[in-house]
Ligand binder design. Structure first.
Ligand code: DX5
Ligand code: ZN
Length: 252
């Protein structure tokens, strides 16, 4: 700042900086479009502190898959491990709960510091009530729909959510083949979001890689989970960067 006592003209103001994505939300200031985010999935590596730290720097969000061997035939980590990972990383946590009775757990992940907590529509007794509880507990809230679940019955619920996760595989395991027909749900959700002026992220999860991400982006997805495509590469940070570039020219 110029010292007024010097009595010299103020320098011309600096040009306004380009809007930068907010680190947590990825939303560009003044833009109705959420900026694309890449969320590496720790399921593809392991849930160790070292792996989480390695992914942390490159990630927009860290995607953490919580599986209970009941909602899906696989089991991963739980609340205590997520709390431990929170302490050694800085990226916003995108917790994807593939568990029965998410009412028992979802708010606890919010309280543990998750930025976003997503539960499955197929598992929740009252998705609207749970969405409200998760928000009240301090996190954003997402609704996930699995491969065989249509999106239409849930469209009216979306104003209560910050994110819709559309599985592009059957939930449960990483490394599966991307199912392009499921992008029709993304297109439907995208049209609904635009028509309703909803602030809603559209996330795709499963088989997202260099050869599929552009198609998902063109369908209207803005948030991309990638496990194998990031961690099977020798340089995970470079893989994230590559995916980010591929999204660039393919936004609807
Ligand atoms: C599977 C999980 C995914 C999984 C994706 O149910 O929800 O997040 O990590 O793995 P890739 O990217 O390898 O398909
Ligand atoms: Zn997931």
């Amino acid at each position: 700042m110029t010292d007024p006592s010097l009595n010299v003209p103020s320098p011309a103001p600096e040009p306004a900086p380009e809007p930068a994505p907010d680190g947590a939300t990825g939303r560009l200031a003044g833009s109705p479009e959420p900026a694309p985010l890449i969320a590496p999935s720790l399921l593809a590596v392991d849930f160790s502190a070292d792996a989480a730290r390695a992914a942390d720097a490159a990630a927009d969000w860290l995607h953490i898959d919580i599986m209970d061997n009941r909602f899906v035939p696989n089991q991963t980590i739980g609340l205590d491990e997520v709390i431990a990972l929170r302490a050694v990383t800085t990226s916003p946590f995108d917790c994807h709960l593939m568990i029965v009775e998410p009412e028992q757990w979802a708010t606890r992940y919010a309280e543990a510091g998750a930025f976003n907590v997503t539960f499955h529509a197929e598992a929740a007794a009252d998705p609207l009530a749970l969405a409200k509880d998760v928000r009240a507990a301090g996190a954003r809230v997402g609704l996930a729909i699995d491969r065989d679940t249509p999106v239409e019955p849930y469209l009216d619920l979306l104003p209560a959510f910050d994110l819709l996760l559309i599985m592009t595989i059957k939930a449960g395991f990483g490394g599966q083949e991307f199912l392009p027909y499921l992008l029709e749900k993304v297109r439907v959700a995208r049209r609904h979001r635009n028509a309703g002026h909803l602030e809603l992220r559209l996330e795709v999860d499963g088989g997202i890689a260099a050869d599929t991400i552009a198609e998902a982006a063109a369908a209207g997805a803005d948030t991309f989970v990638a496990g194998t495509a990031v961690f099977a590469e020798p340089d995970p940070a470079a893989a994230v960067e590559h995916l980010r570039r591929l999204v660039g020219g393919h936004r609807p």
